[in-house]
Design a protein around this ligand. Structure first.
Ligand code: PEP
Length: 254
């Protein structure tokens, strides 16, 4: 059975003291009977990782992810944070390939593949993001774009290493725009992604990989999107910054 996951990507939002308040509030409001076996991942900025992990380490269903990592373990890369440093904080996962990193920091598939390797080398689960732009969808090329991102950024992993990966499908046109893929559009792409994984790694691994949907998920649409057979949860941006909405989204997954 593949894991059900709801991850909150705080992006570059909250100062550390607000972030700690937010995580404490979220933990307080999550109702274990409504969370069920859903795994909750909180992804704050680097400056709050230590404080946030201190609050969640005893929570069986909650873990913490970094939002990015460098591909080298150490060295003269001023301002960068390595996967080795993140792993040493007992953090479980790292987001790699978010469209904002691809778009604003020119991260291409070759670079992302090296970041994936760094994550795996340090036993961090790579939460690998893929997604097409509006133009690519309009041209009917969206499935091929997403397949290429997977092939070039993630599919160099051995089957054993790939088993630790989580995939997030995030259509760029739906991120932070208020525009959401319809449940049918999400299901269609998630099924195509799973089929692509099956072609590369076989049916059993494909059946077990969690594929999350991201792009303006909110309490009002979460349940319908999450009810699609190949949608195993969500990567939530804006709505993860507000306790009530995020908790409702987590509860919608159960
Ligand atoms: C994201 O940043 O991963 C995201 C999906 O953002 P939003 O939910 O705000 O669209």
């Amino acid at each position: 059975m593949r894991a059900k996951i709801v991850a909150g990507n705080w992006k570059m939002n909250t100062v550390p003291s607000d972030g700690v308040g937010l995580v404490v509030d979220i933990l307080e409001k999550l109702n274990p009977s409504q969370v069920g076996d859903t795994r909750v991942i909180i992804s704050p900025p680097f400056t709050h990782l230590i404080d946030v992990i201190d609050h969640v380490w005893e929570e069986p269903h909650v873990s913490v992810a970094a939002q990015n990592c460098h591909f080298e373990d150490s060295g003269a890369f001023t301002g960068e944070i390595s996967a080795a440093m993140i792993a040493d904080l007992n953090i479980d996962a790292v987001i790699i390939g978010h469209s904002e990193r691809r778009q604003y920091f020119n991260e291409d598939d070759a670079l992302l593949a090296k970041k994936v390797d760094a994550a795996v080398r340090h036993s961090l689960l790579p939460l690998f993001c893929v997604g097409e732009s509006l133009d690519q969808r309009k041209s009917g090329n969206h499935e091929q774009v997403v397949k290429d991102q997977l092939t070039n950024g993630l599919f160099h992993l051995s089957p054993d290493s790939f088993k630790s990966a989580i995939i997030a499908y995030e259509p760029v046109w739906a991120i932070g725009t208020g525009e959401t893929a319809t449940p049918e559009q999400a299901q269609e792409m998630h099924a195509a992604i799973r089929a692509h994984v099956a072609d590369k790694y076989g049916a059993e691994i494909a059946e077990n990989v969690s594929i999350l949907y991201g792009g303006s998920v909110k309490p009002s649409n979460a349940r319908e999107i999450f009810s699609q057979p190949d949608v195993d949860g969500g990567l939530v941006g804006g709505a993860s910054l507000e306790t009530k909405g995020f908790v409702e989204i987590v509860h919608a997954m159960a």
